[in-house]
Write a protein that binds this ligand. Structure first.
Ligand code: BES
Ligand code: ZN
Length: 620
């Protein structure tokens, strides 16, 4: 493992200050080396991918060819790709597919293997024939039983952070962008969709073609295959889902077009043409994934009251922060997520008012405090700029990037005023559109375009304190929410003995309920638990956020009434954000651990590899 990592760092081509250049960067616009990819883009880099694949549900494999147009920048005799757990069958050069040799490097657990293909100084095209393994980490193959319709199998990919290499041989670094075309063959009764221009209905051949005209990084490669239908929402927006889910989804996300309009008002034109959603089965390990033109989303946000749609605002916001201007390496992850959380809250404020966005900020702040406490106040993983060398990036990608990143940007906004900050961020997105950017490049831009030598302002913005220091900078003012102040009033009344049924909770949203449940004392009597449950029906809530927060209390207080609902939740839902705290709470007592292991044994086949990697470690 260490050997493979060393290989990666000593075979890259650092410039004098340890940074490598890709084709589009001049000497003055260097990007840091990506320690999570074997690719050497300064030598030979991919510009376009033609993917031609067959999806085989019986074998649980994808097989076919990945054909790349490349730039050989130095006249080198090799191009290096990333691969993990792939069967590489052949490699060819040029249009008349002349066979060439290739070599797979040493295997590293999360990095996989380098795939070095022999090329010529004038090589323009490289084709790789390959097949995935049935346990490819990016792929989840669902049986009909694991879908909403129960009749057809389902497949989806999850490529972020470094899993694209488990289903395509690829230069798997966020600093490298390419356009793509794809031809995908699937069983005739299913529809295929990708992070590209998509079909809206099935055809009789089962062969679908795709085009992504804008250059994207590899972690945004995405494919899903299932019994899918499409429903239009607005002129530019729509939803793909299983027939059993489409109506609920169309209701829940009816406001997505308005979100797009609000987003464009803040940061300018949406650059990806259409914005559609794909609602996945509940095993999807994330809340959402910003695959360009087609956000993948968990069905656990279908709360029936549109109360969890800030997640859509978040994934939509990535169309600017992340997909348009991309973190160069996973150490710069906060550039993707911090900007996106900031933008998500701006979109929600535009649509539902400041009081609404304030609630999201307070909940985010609670999450952030939790993560900082969990990691330890001095932990370098609580810096915005990370150092993930030698580690699986998945481990380092925490709430810090999201919420600390957001509060850093809110802090800059406060220092210069909204109008000036909006202009600055607009300029930032336009300057770096369709490029990758590092923390250093962003900070250079911040200094030259906003701070401009104003020392008082520089002190207020406090780059050092936010970006390169742990925890939160001194003097940070925690966000507050007037709607939550009312929740706190109700809570205090309950704590002083007022029966739950008599509390004023009219018109509370999911966020208010979540705040209330999070405030409940660690230890409660069964009588108190039952009183709350009787008044508010938490155990049978249809709201996944409410349920997940409530189960933490039911576990700690041995409230057996919720056991059945807990087991049902854990066996159906694969969203890691919910699973981890719940399994952790169970794991805290010997009794609970037994329960956790019994449920996990049953539920594990329903989880994506992204979740099982974390849970296997937790429950081992
Ligand atoms: N891009 C992320 C998901 C991700 C991050 C996948 C890192 C793999 C590695 C996505 O935009 C995201 O942040 N999703 C959140 C929801 C959001 C509202 C905070 C999630 O899934 O919980
Ligand atoms: Zn995100």
């Amino acid at each position: 493992m260490a050997g493979a990592l060393q290989l990666a760092s000593c075979t890259s081509q650092p410039t004098s200050d340890g940074e490598t250049m890709t084709s589009e960067q001049t000497a003055t616009e260097k990007l840091p080396a990506d320690v999570h990819s074997y690719a050497q883009p300064a030598e030979a880099v991919t510009k376009h991918l033609d993917l031609d694949i067959d999806v085989n549900f019986d074998q649980k494999t994808i097989s076919g060819t990945a054909s790349y147009l490349i730039d050989n920048l130095t006249g080198t005799d090799k191009i290096v790709f990333d691969s993990r757990n792939l069967q590489i069958e052949n490699a060819y050069l040029g249009d008349n597919i002349e066979e060439t040799t290739f070599e797979l490097g040493e295997t590293n657990q999360f990095m996989g293997q380098s795939l070095t293909v022999k090329i010529k100084p004038d090589t323009k095209k490289v084709t790789i024939k390959y097949k995935t393994s049935p346990d490819a980490a990016a792929l989840q193959w669902l049986s009909p039983q694991q879908t909403a319709g129960k009749k057809h199998p389902f497949l989806f990919t999850q490529s972020q952070a470094i899993l694209a290499r488990t289903w395509i041989p690829i230069q798997d670094s966020p600093g490298i962008r390419f356009t793509y075309n794809a031809k995908v063959k699937v069983p005739k009764e299913l529809l295929a969709v990708m992070s590209a221009e998509n079909p809206v209905q099935k055809n009789s051949t089962g062969v679908y073609t795709f085009e992504m005209k804008q250059p994207i990084p590899s972690y945004l490669m995405a494919l899903s295959v299932g019994d899918l239908v499409f429903e239009k929402v607005g002129p530019q927006t729509g939803i793909y889902a299983e027939p059993a889910t489409i109506k609920a989804a169309a209701y829940e996300f009816a406001e997505m077009d308005k979100m797009l309009v609000a987003a464009e008002k803040i940061y300018g034109k949406y650059r990806w043409d259409r914005y559609d959603l794909l609602v996945l089965p509940p095993s999807f390990p994330f809340g959402g994934m910003e695959n360009p033109r087609l956000t993948f989303v968990t069905p656990t946000v279908l709360a029936k009251d549109r109360s969890l749609t800030s997640l859509i605002a978040h994934e939509l916001a990535h169309s600017w922060s992340g997909n348009l201007v991309t973190n160069a390496t996973w150490d710069d992850f906060w550039l993707n997520e911090g900007f996106t959380v900031y933008f998500e809250r701006r979109i929600m404020e535009e649509l539902y008012g400041k009081e609404y966005a304030d609630m999201l900020n307070v909940l985010g702040y609670q999450d952030l405090k939790h993560t900082i406490a969990d990691k330890g106040a001095d932990n370098a993983d609580t810096h915005l700029k990370l150092d993930l060398e030698g580690r699986d990036p998945d481990e380092g990608l925490t709430d810090i990037a999201y919420e600390k990143g957001n509060f850093f940007l809110q802090n800059i906004e406060k220092a210069v005023g909204r109008a000036r900050f909006d202009q600055f961020v607009n300029d930032y997105f336009n300057t770096f559109a369709f490029q990758s950017t590092s923390t250093d490049k962003f900070l250079d831009f911040l200094r030259s375009e906003l701070i401009k030598g104003d020392e008082e302002l520089a002190e207020k913005i406090n780059i050092e304190g936010w970006v390169y220091s742990p925890g939160l900078p001194e003097g940070f003012t925690a966000p507050a929410s007037s709607r939550f102040a009312k929740v706190e009033e109700a809570y205090n009344a309950w704590k002083s003995g007022k029966p739950a049924a008599q509390l004023t909770t009219k018109d509370w949203s999911s966020h208010e309920w979540l705040h209330f449940i999070r405030m409940l004392p660690e230890t409660m009597s069964l009588q108190q638990m039952a009183d709350l449950d009787k008044a508010f029906n938490f155990t049978n809530s249809g709201n996944s956020e409410v349920l997940a927060a409530w189960f933490l209390h039911s576990i700690k207080n041995n409230y057996a009434t919720a056991d059945k609902a807990l087991e049902t939740f854990l066996t159906n839902v694969g969203r890691r954000k919910f699973l981890v705290p719940i399994y952790k709470a169970l794991n805290a007592t010997p009794e609970g651990k037994k329960k956790a292991l019994a449920i996990y044994a049953k539920a594990r086949p329903n989880y994506h590899a992204v979740s099982t990697v974390t849970l296997d470690e937790l429950l081992k």
